[in-house]
Design a protein around this ligand. Structure first.
Ligand SMILES: [Cu+2]
Length: 334
């Protein structure tokens, strides 16, 4: 291999390793950056498996190298050193049995711990999968929202999962293991976040064209912040004094939007699309497709198909004034 090509290979390996490290250390939703007891367990198991596998690869590699270097001429079996059989039995049978048994018991223990919460939950949330967004309901608090899930830190939160259409899977890598969402069935899981922050979640079961754009955010807040969020959510969104926003509400209620979307306290009561009562406070548009900005919102309303092809919201014709009014209205909702 010529030196240039080798240099390139090394550089790209370097880039690969750097990317891996960045993924583990940067602001990414990595299972190696656990932020709750569930993910802690999984990360510990992962590190144990990683260390054991690394040792095994190194030892086997070294033995292989030794065998190649020390290769003898063809000879009879009498050439075998005395320790060969012991080594084969120890390394090939006894060691794997011990390691696999440890891993098996450890995994069973973690699976049991992850599926059986250690006590009652402080908050219960129902999450329903839709192609391709997340309906979020707080039954007791009577809150309905979408795509952003607020929870208090340091408290056990029970999440009940099901789906309106196809299989989806609910996964917040930094909080706990993934759980499938199955039609006609409710799967329950427990999450707990130990630090305030925003943790990205993702659908983890292929569910069609926009599966990769079926993202959500878990917003973990201090109990006080969480309580004020709950208080705000249970009220209808405050009526905006901004004249364009007021006009926007009329456009919203008179246009097809209202047939698919709900805004609390208005005549818009559709349920085909996400509830928009707190849309202005939401982190993204289209379940993580693009950040929630005025520009993106305009693009989404006019032609969401160019942002998230195949999603169930049709393009809607509006004149520019109506569009601006609608944007102001939606961004004022919180
Ligand atoms: Cu999905």
């Amino acid at each position: 291999m010529c030196a240039r090509a080798r240099g390139r290979l090394c550089r790209s390996a370097g880039v690969g390793i750097a990317a891996l490290l960045a993924a583990a250390c940067g602001n990414s939703p990595s299972t190696l950056k656990p932020r709750g007891p569930g993910a802690d367990r999984i990360a510990s198991l992962w590190w144990f498996m990683f260390v054991v596998s690394t040792v095994v690869v190194l030892v086997v590699g070294a033995l292989l190298l030794y065998a190649v270097v020390k290769r003898r001429r063809r000879g009879g079996p009498s050439d075998e050193p005395r320790w060969a059989h012991g080594m084969m039995f120890g390394g090939g049978v006894a060691f794997p049995i011990v390691i696999l048994t440890v891993l098996w018991v450890w995994t069973l223990r973690d699976m049991a711990a992850l599926s059986q919460p250690a006590g009652p939950a402080a908050v219960t949330i129902d999450v329903v999968g839709h192609q391709w967004w997340w309906e979020v309901r707080y039954q007791q608090e009577r809150i309905i929202t979408a795509n952003d899930i607020h929870i208090p830190v340091g408290q056990r939160v029970e999440i009940r999962l099901t789906t309106k259409d196809v299989l989806h899977s609910f996964w917040v890598p930094q909080l706990t293991a993934k759980t499938d969402m199955i039609a006609g069935r409710t799967n329950t899981m427990t999450v707990q976040a130990d630090h305030p922050g925003v943790y990205r979640g993702q659908c983890a079961e292929f569910c069609g064209l926009q599966h990769a754009q079926m993202i959500f955010y878990v917003v973990a807040q201090t109990p006080a912040d969480y309580q004020s969020w709950v208080a705000r959510e249970t009220e209808p969104p405050a009526a905006s004094t901004d004249q364009t926003a007021v006009q926007g509400r009329q456009v919203f209620e008179a246009s097809p939007c209202a047939a698919c979307h709900t805004v609390r306290g208005t005549s818009a009561q559709g349920t085909l699309g996400p509830d928009l009562s707190d849309f202005g406070a939401r982190l993204s548009i289209g379940a993580g497709a693009v950040p929630n900005t005025r520009g993106n919102l305009g693009g989404w309303i006019v032609d969401s198909q160019s942002i998230k092809p195949g999603n169930l919201m049709p393009p809607i014709q509006l004149d520019p004034d109506q569009l601006q009014a609608l944007i102001s209205y939606l961004e004022s909702l919180r």
